[in-house]
Every structure is written in structure tokens, then in C-alpha cells.
Design a protein around this ligand. Sequence first.
Ligand SMILES: Cn1cc(C(=O)NCCCNC(=O)c2ccc(F)cc2)ccc1=O
Length: 117
Amino acid sequence: LVSCAKRAKTPNSELAVCRVLLAELEAHQDAWPFLSPVKLKSVPGYRKVIKKPMDFFTIKEKLINNMYLNQENFIIDVNLVFDNCQKFNEDDSEIGQAGHRMKRFFDKRWTELLRKQ
Ligand SMILES: Cn1cc(C(=O)NCCCNC(=O)c2ccc(F)cc2)ccc1=O
């Protein structure tokens, strides 16, 4: 028998993992700084320092509107949230600490979910 070709992951099954993971990020107790876009008018300097703002609500919108072609683009946006946070906030600040905890959580869950696929 010819061995069946490795089943290609269809984009929607790839993105299903992204939806699961985003829901877990949003439910995390340290998610509060990232749930909505940083208010550029009320956070002095943010607009100048952070060239590509990103947040979990925007990521959810992009998932719903099929703006991610694959998991990679989703991961890039999630990491943008954490990279922006590290750039703008001191490591020992409230928001800086939340960002480090959220990044550790994301990295752990992503590898767990990917190993399962
Ligand atoms: C990532 N980042 C966030 C802020 C920031 O000021 N973010 C808003 C905090 C206030 N938002 C809340 O407290 C909140 C939001 C939603 C919710 F469901 C419960 C509480 C500033 C710099 C920065 O780099």
C-alpha cells in the first residue's frame, strides 16, 4: 500500500488552535493591560515609541475577519504585544511584570498545543 501522504493541516484547523490560545490569554489574570488597545491620548510617549501597537482585542478582530493566513502571522502579533510591553515598560513595573508573566504563559501553552498536533 502506498503510505498516505502526511495530512496537510488545513488553515482552519491551524487557526482553531489560535482561537483556543487567544481565549486562554484573555482569561489570564495578568491580561488586563493587553485586553484593549493602549489609549494613545492618555499614555504619554506611547505613540512615538511604539511603532506597531497591538493588543488581544485587535488580534481577536483579525481572527474573526480571517486576516491571519496561518499560525505564524498570529504568533507574530502575539509576540508584538509582549515586545511592545517590554520596550515601553520597566521590568519591575506593574505592567512590565504582567507582560513577562503573560509571555511565559504563552510560550508554555504554545509548545504544549503544538506538540499535541
Ligand atoms: C500594555 N500597556 C498598557 C497600558 C495601559 O494603561 N493599559 C490600560 C490599563 C487600564 N486598563 C485596565 O485597568 C483594564 C482593562 C480591561 C479590563 F477588562 C480590566 C481592566 C499602558 C502601557 C502599556 O504598555
